[in-house]
Structures are given as C-alpha cells and as structure tokens.
Ligand binder design. Structure first.
Ligand SMILES: Nc1nc2c(ncn2[C@@H]2O[C@H](COP(=O)(O)OP(=O)(O)OP(=O)(O)O)[C@@H](O)[C@H]2O)c(=O)[nH]1
Ligand SMILES: [Zn+2]
Length: 338
C-alpha cells in the first residue's frame, strides 16, 4: 500500500519540480532577452564558465576578471569549463552561445541519467595513497572511466612521505602500479609538502585537470596546497554569497600559480565509481582494444573460450594476466549489481 502512495507522492514531486524548472527557464529567458534587446550590453566576446550558480554562471574573460551572467534560454546544460560567447552587461551579462567542447565529464543524477558536470578537461588525476589502501581494481576502474570519456588519466600516488618511511609499503605500491607506465599512463609520486608537489605542478601546467579518488587519499590537501593565496577561490565565493539563497555551486574552476587550471567539486571527486557496461569496461582496458571483436564467439567472456583473442594476447605477453584478472573482477561486479 505504501508503495502506491509513495509513487503518487513522487509523481507529484516530479511534476512540481518540472513546473518550477519551466518557470525558472521562462524567467531566465525574459531576463536574458530583456538585456539583449535593451541594447545595454557590451560586444560579443569569448569567455570561460568558471562557476555555475543555479540559473546563472560566472564567466571569465581573462584570468581574475569575471562577471555573473544570465544564460540565453536556447543554451542547455552549460557547465563549468565550457567556453562561450557572451556580452558584458549591468548588473549581469548574458551568455549568447556555447562553443564546442573537447571533452565532458558526466555523473548520474538521482534518477540514474547521466548529467554533464564539467567540460574541456585535459586530464584526470587519479589519486591513490598507501592509506586508505586502494581496494583491488580501484585504479583500473578509474582508468576505465577516464578512457570511456576520452580524457587522459594520470595516476597520482600521494602521501609519498609514508612510503619513504616504510620500504615494504613502498614495494607494495610500486608493485600495484608497475604495469601502468608500459601501457602509456603517467605515474607520479606526490605528498603534501614542497618536494612532493613539484612534480605534480609540472604535470598540471598548461592543462585543465580534475582530481578524483577515494575519500581520505589527500585530494583536499593537495588542492589547497596548489591554490595560490586562494584569491580566485575567495572571489568566487563572495560572488556566491551575493546571490543569497541560491548558493549551490556545482563545480568551480581555479587557476593555479604553476599555470594550468583545476576544476573541483565533490561530485567530480567521485567520478568513475558508478555503473559501466561490459562494452565500456572492455574498451576501457586500452591494451585490449586491438583484440576486441576478434574472439571466435561474439559474446566471448574471455574466460576459457576457444579462439579468444584476449587469452591469446595474454599467452603472447601483449596483455598481462593481472590486467585480465582486473577486467574479470570489474565485470563480475557489474553482473552482481545487475
Ligand atoms: N602522511 C600524509 N598524510 C596526508 C598527506 N596529504 C593528506 N594527508 C592526510 O590524509 C587525510 C585525508 O586528507 P584529505 O585531504 O582530507 O583527503 P581527501 O581525499 O580530500 O578526502 P575527502 O575530503 O574525504 O574526499 C588527512 O588526515 C590529511 O592530513 C600527505 O601527503 N602525507
Ligand atoms: Zn575472448
């Protein structure tokens, strides 16, 4: 009985949310169109979305120079990192066009539908640490997710100071990550101190990056250490405050002292830990790709089937047994969760 009641209530809530969305879109449209037709706007120029606040975005025209903007109603799903065409205005500017993206990061919304959260990311920094110990296949899971969206992952082994004190632990982390350089993945050792940050800053230069990884591996510590006197961060936050109640910020873009940008939000940090399809997982193991489609059976599980191209590749040393194990493990978790 409660089931039916619940679903009716849910329907009602969904309807309410949709009505509110439509109302907001209409308001947004009016505001944007009024500004556009009022002739009080500056010339069109290119800019970068550095933060998103509900119906408005902060657009940056040059590092440190930004303005709040309405979004023209025909532009859908603008996210932090998007490049746009916009016009300055008083008090708010207007985004008039969205430029093409090189890449986009998505995550599932509460209904399981994928939603964009950030755009134009060059690399995904996959942070692991000796503590909390990375569970089996965690790195591969992140790598697969990065491969699926076509963004270069970089493996960041943080808390290097702990490894320096403990040869056995160092051995363990080295063994865990030994396979990756040969597959073309960059592996960096970092720590939250000057020496430990140098290599990371080098890797972040001239690129737009995100940090992902389990809770406790030290992402916040790294991000805080990397950000220059947090000038831009404070700027973005105070702008946020002016808005009063609408303070939900999805993701923010920060410029780093070392040159390069960081897009950060709690949602992005959890990237890659959701459901993937078997095909995505296969594609996500980059050294499997030359073999895909060559197995004798179209639905080959690469277990012990005759004529399996993946097993042949393992036999010939083109794929390591540990990566095949990892693939099987990830696929089995997909099957277990339906
Ligand atoms: N030894 C050592 N500890 C570190 C280092 N970086 C961070 N920590 C510690 O690791 C713990 C977790 O750090 P956070 O930066 O909060 O980790 P996080 O990944 O941001 O965690 P969430 O915010 O939960 O996602 C804290 O106790 C830090 O003091 C490091 O380089 N070396
Ligand atoms: Zn096969």
């Amino acid at each position: 009985m409660s089931k039916r009641k619940l679903s009716r209530q849910q329907t009602w809530r969904v309807e309410k949310i949709q009505e509110e969305r439509a109302r907001r879109a209409a308001r947004r449209d009016t505001a944007a169109e009024e500004a556009l037709s009022g002739g009080e706007l500056g010339p069109e120029q290119e800019g970068l979305v550095i933060a998103h606040y509900g119906t408005q975005v902060a657009i940056e025209s040059a590092p440190g120079v930004s303005q709040r903007c309405h979004i023209r109603a025909n532009i859908d799903g603008l996210v932090t990192g998007d490049r746009v065409v916009w016009c300055e205005g008083e008090p708010t500017g207007v985004v008039v066009a969205q430029l093409e993206r090189n890449s986009v990061l998505c995550r599932p919304d509460p209904y399981g539908k994928l939603k964009a959260v950030a755009a134009n990311i060059d690399q995904i920094m996959v942070v692991i640490a000796p503590y909390p110990e990375p569970h089996a296949n965690l790195v591969d899971r992140y790598l697969v997710a990065a491969e699926v969206v076509g963004i270069e992952p970089v493996i960041v082994i943080n808390k290097q100071d702990l490894l320096a004190q403990d040869p056995a632990l160092r051995e363990q982390m080295a063994a865990l990550t030994a396979v990756y350089p040969g597959l073309g993945y960059k592996v960096l050792y970092t720590a939250n101190n000057e020496a430990g940050l140098a290599g990371l800053q080098e890797a972040l230069r001239e690129r737009t990056s995100v940090f992902v990884g389990q809770s406790g591996v030290g992402k916040s510590s790294l991000v805080n250490a990397l950000l220059p006197e947090a000038a831009l961060r404070v700027g973005a936050l105070s702008e946020n405050r002016q808005k009063g109640t609408h303070t939900t910020t999805t993701a923010q873009l920060f410029h780093l002292d070392c040159g390069g940008s960081l897009i950060d939000s709690p949602g992005i940090r959890e990237f890659g830990l959701w459901h993937m399809s078997k095909q995505e997982v296969e594609q996500g193991f980059r050294e499997f790709r030359p073999c895909l489609g060559l197995c004798k059976f179209r639905d080959c599980r690469h277990e012990q089937e005759p004529g399996c191209a993946i097993l042949d590749a393992v036999e010939e040393g083109r794929i390591t047994a540990s990566r095949l194990d990892s693939y099987r493990h990830i696929v089995s978790t997909l099957e277990a969760s339906g």
